[in-house]
Design a protein around this ligand. Structure first.
Ligand SMILES: Nc1ncnc2c1ncn2[C@@H]1O[C@H](COP(=O)(O)OP(=O)(O)OP(=O)(O)O)[C@@H](O)[C@H]1O
Ligand SMILES: [Mg+2]
Length: 493
């Protein structure tokens, strides 16, 4: 028997969602205030109920209501009656809170090296030459055994590259200090937007997004992105793309399953593609296509489905379209385009329905058990069983306090990486130069003394031996690395 849950209905029909089609992705679209967030809430709590963990980005904070029970009222009762829901019962969902700024939930971090040069170039909005240099920074860090974890690692890496630009250029291609300067300025902008909060350890473990509670319900991970959306939509988008790529890389293939392993909801989905270079958009499209086989479903939420690249739209199995406005000729054209993406229903004029839909009402098409899209239906979406609207600060604190992963992410660690090592190297070089100078000075004094006493020992003086050994050690630690670097360059290895 396949697992199904009710999405909504009208006086004549009910629309059910089949869990085994959940990895065929979907979208929720509609103008402001038409019911997108509540629809997302309804889907999320149904996935949780059937044991599927959910990750969602909470753009306005109102999805935190998932974590507490809703209350019955007349409006909800009348919706229940229209849809003919027979087992409605208010309840809270098992939830985890996340927040990059660590205020509204567990901090969510990743590292520079996990994010990789492609995404980072997009995040920093680098041009082609500059991203070429960023790729070199990753390659050099690799060759030198330097970890790039946080922004200060990348900063010191770039500073070090600027200093050694000549030597590095012959091996890694032209490294101009003006381009490095430009990247450094972009990094400053990112810092001002709070970007250093994203890059830190402990990095997020994907397993923590894929848990079920003691009763077998899927835990809903709610990432509060209210502050992030204000400060840096670009960081928000980069994080989501990173998450998608990371899940794709880490999860094993699963065959056709009766339900997905994880479902992701990406609100303000247009941001993922805004000003992204073609190469990145292609990558996202590819990952979205392939992640299906890993048992992950992705749901895009946006004002208009036309905000989402055609190639991705074509892949989406479940379509929930709330009302669109049609004031301008362009609006009207868009309504027609959106209406035509649905499989026709002879009983329904899709084009005119889109502009007439009431709040919490939608045009819906899902996939049937054979994976074919069902004819579009005009339905009221079920009311959620959890609260519509946000938690207050105390309610949130209480839930965070009971978190099963309390403490795991809450203390930042700063292990030895590029920043520390490069700093240490510089410090070492200064000390060694100092020692060498001192030894040389001592040797000079010794010689003078000997000359004054008119007697020259045939044995090597103590000071001289120190000088030599210090120079040797300079040559053996830092020196050797530099020499090795140069040799590599000369030999073109
Ligand atoms: N399925 C539903 N059941 C009950 N009430 C609903 C439902 N959908 C929407 N509503 C009501 O409509 C209001 C607005 O819905 P919602 O917040 O989901 O809109 P939205 O499209 O997300 O708006 P925005 O674009 O501003 O974020 C809700 O606060 C709720 O009162
Ligand atoms: Mg909303």
């Amino acid at each position: 028997m396949s697992i199904k849950f009710l999405i909504g209905g009208n006086a004549n029909t009910q629309v059910h969602f089949s869990a085994k089609t959940a990895n065929r992705h979907g979208m929720i679209a509609g103008a402001t205030g038409t019911g997108k967030t509540v629809t997302l809430q309804v889907l999320a709590e149904n996935f949780s109920k059937i044991g599927v963990p959910v990750f969602l980005a909470d753009v306005k904070g109102d999805l935190s209501g998932l974590a507490t029970s809703g209350k019955m009222n007349d409006k909800i009762q009348s919706r229940i009656n229209t849809i003919h829901i027979d087992n409605y019962s208010n309840h809270a969902n098992p939830s985890l809170f996340w927040d990059m700024y660590a205020k509204q939930g567990h901090p969510v971090h990743t590292t520079i090296s996990e994010m990789g040069p492609l995404l980072l170039s997009n995040l920093l909005e680098l041009n082609e030459v500059q991203s070429g240099i960023l790729y070199s920074a990753f390659a050099i860090a690799d060759d030198e055994g330097l970890l790039l974890l946080d922004l200060k690692d990348l900063r010191s890496m770039l500073a070090w590259m600027a200093k050694n630009a000549k030597v590095l250029s012959s091996e890694y291609g032209n490294i101009s200090s003006s381009s490095i300067g430009a990247i450094q300025r972009r990094l400053l902008v990112l810092e001002e937007q709070g970007g250093e909060n994203l890059f830190a350890e402990p990095a997020l473990e994907l397993n923590d997004l894929m848990i079920t509670d003691f009763s077998g319900q899927g835990v809903i991970s709610i990432m509060d992105v209210t502050q992030l959306m204000n400060q840096s939509p670009k960081v928000y988008a980069s994080f989501l793309i990173w998450l998608l790529a990371e899940l794709y890389e880490q999860l094993p293939e699963v065959g056709d399953a009766e339900k997905p392993k994880l479902v992701l909801f990406f609100d303000e989905a247009h941001l993922l593609f805004d000003r992204a270079p073609r190469s990145l958009v292609d990558k996202i499209e590819q990952i979205v296509r392939l992640i299906r086989s890993k048992g992950v479903g992705v749901y895009f939420i946006s004002q208009s489905p036309l905000d989402i690249p055609e190639d991705i739209m074509g892949q989406l199995g479940t379509k929930i379209q709330h009302a669109l406005r049609a004031f301008t000729p362009k609006d009207k054209k868009n309504v027609r385009l959106v209406a035509d993406t649905f499989r026709e229903n002879p009983q329904l004029d899709t084009r005119s329905a889109i502009t007439e839909l009431r709040t919490g009402e939608a045009l819906v098409s899902v996939l049937d058990d054979n994976g074919a899209p069902t004819p579009v239906e005009r339905i009221l979406i079920c009311p959620p069983e959890s609260r519509i609207g946000p938690l207050d600060a105390i309610e949130r604190q209480n839930i965070m306090h009971r978190s099963p992963i309390k403490g795991r992410y809450d203390n930042a660690v700063d292990r030895e990486s590029a920043y520390e090592i490069l700093k240490q190297r510089t410090q070492q070089r200064i000390e060694q130069e100092q020692q060498a100078q001192e030894a040389e000075q001592k040797a000079k004094e010794e010689k003078q003394k000997e000359r004054a006493s008119g007697r020259r020992s045939n044995r090597q003086s103590y000071a001289e031996s120190i000088t030599k050994s210090v120079l040797r050690s300079v040559g053996s630690s830092l020196g050797r690395q530099l020499v090795r670097g140069i040799m590599k360059t000369l030999l073109g290895k």
